[in-house]
Design a protein around this ligand. Sequence first.
Ligand code: SAM
Length: 281
Amino acid sequence: MLSYRHSFHAGNHADVLKHIVLMLILENLKQKEKGFYYLDTHSGVGLYRLLSAEAQKNAEFETGIGKLWDRDDLPEIVKRYVDMIKKINHNKPQLREYAGSPLIAAQMLREQDRALLMELHPSDYPLLRQNFRQYKNIMTKQDNGFQQVKATLPPKERRGLVLIDPPYELKEDYQLVVNAIIEGYKRFATGTYAIWYPVVRRSYIKRMVKELETTGIRKILQIELAVRPDSDQRGMTASGMIVVNPPWQLESQMKEILPYLNKVLTPEGTGNWKVSWITPE
Ligand code: SAM
């Protein structure tokens, strides 16, 4: 069963959080000249047309990138992210296209860096392949992304980021992300791992965090942005990123911008944010 299509959700508040964290981790990796490996286990198609019927259905991008697009008071970090999306839109005034995680990464990768983009969906995979054909250092593959954590780690570069961003259509994804971290860490303990999660039922997140605590892995940071208080009834109320081995600045960078994102993305005042360690150093 693969019914989730990211085109219905691209650019929403959860994508804003995820893609800013992704950008900050990649910026940090680029501080060293030596190349790195980027594995995107659940890539989607990489580029989303916001005027498409799918994106217009619930216009979720209006809850995220749409709220940042015309602002002239963006904090520097948020501005770097919005500028990247503006570049994809050829710096035209209207927001028409949105970058998925593979395209954010593709814009940032240097010659010496390398990426593997995984996507399982039979309709989305050909679009992903097409969108990244021109990049010499980016490979795409239609397969189960979770398995590539085992199959491709450790990378020859011994530096890198694994982004794990499943749809959580199936409840088992909450367990599979923890298993992927365990398997990845066994092979590549110095790598950075970033898991995205939705808050639909708080109990699922609490269980996932507990499981991560019991792995014994140190340095796990949790970052969350809520647009509404927890509820078991109204779909996704918040989203978060769990980062294993985050760059040291990530905690303070997120503490600096989350109050702004909270204010601008949820002007009605129902939102919240947090940055805390699941396990410290
Ligand atoms: N990471 C993307 C981004 O930020 O732009 C969004 C990814 S979307 C949340 C999840 C994607 O995972 C969907 O495109 C879905 O088809 C794909 N998918 C679902 N199960 C998968 C699996 N086991 N392996 C690889 N891709 C999978």
